[in-house]
Design a protein around this ligand. Structure first.
Ligand code: MN
Length: 232
């Protein structure tokens, strides 16, 4: 069975720091018949390399905003207080995964930080992108779809989930400049915000702005093939 690494997070709860991640990710990996392996935050590259040696593919998970200094901007008032340990961990984990050429699926923050790793930037709030009338921070339950995305026909994502989808949306930031070697493969239908990208090089990288793990974990089978990308 293939082993899928899931980048971990850390949080203070009841007076103790916990290594944790939402269980949608492991639920999805279990559903596709692979083995989920949660990877705790470390600041040691050699530890990240051992993690990568144990896995066949990697999910970079969602979470708080990336520190804007990583793309040479100062934080605006909308940006969350950064979590430096996690930013550092995510960077060394991405670097180690790229060295071993394993497939990487970035979801939400995971998608955003991979973009920043490759020299891209983010709009620190969607209002800096421009006017939009749709809900990128949805008010309904987070596994329910809330807006359409248009998927480019010549993309890997198209081969996985087709040309148009209804997706959920829980992000207040979005891609500004794409990083080197990344091409947009889906945009929000009404306002054209980049909702997915992939690598145009030899690395297997798929970045998704919405949360397919919440949708698939709750029974939406349209999103299953996004996870099959990790094991094919
Ligand atoms: Mn969205």
């Amino acid at each position: 069975m293939k082993v899928i690494g899931i980048s971990g997070n850390k949080k203070l709860l009841d007076g103790f720091n916990r290594d944790y991640v939402f269980d949608h990710y492991s639920t999805c990996i279990d559903k596709i018949g692979a083995v989920p392996l949660i990877l705790p935050i470390t600041d040691k590259k050699e530890v990240a390399k051992v993690y990568i040696d144990k896995i066949d593919a990697l999910i970079m998970t969602g979470g708080i905003d990336v520190n804007p200094f990583l793309y040479n901007e100062e934080p605006t008032k909308e940006t969350e207080v950064p979590f430096t340990k996690r930013d550092t961990f995510d960077f060394i984990l991405i670097e180690a995964a790229l060295e071993k050429h394993i497939p990487i699926l970035g979801i939400c923050r995971g998608m955003q930080i991979i973009n920043v790793y490759f020299g891209g930037s983010l709009h620190q709030d969607i209002k800096y992108y421009g006017e939009t009338n749709i809900q990128h921070v949805q008010r309904s339950n987070h596994h329910e779809p809330i807006h359409f995305v248009d998927i480019k026909k010549d993309s890997t994502l198209f081969t996985l989930i087709g040309t148009k989808q209804k997706v959920n949306s829980v992000h207040h930031q979005c891609i500004n400049k794409l990083g080197a070697g990344l091409v947009a493969s889906a945009v929000s239908s009404s306002d054209k915000i980049i909702e997915a990208y992939e690598s145009n090089g030899t690395n297997k990288i798929l970045g998704i702005q919405w949360h397919p793990e919440m949708m698939f974990a709750q029974g939406n089978h349209e999103m299953e093939n996004i996870f099959n990308f990790l094991v094919k």
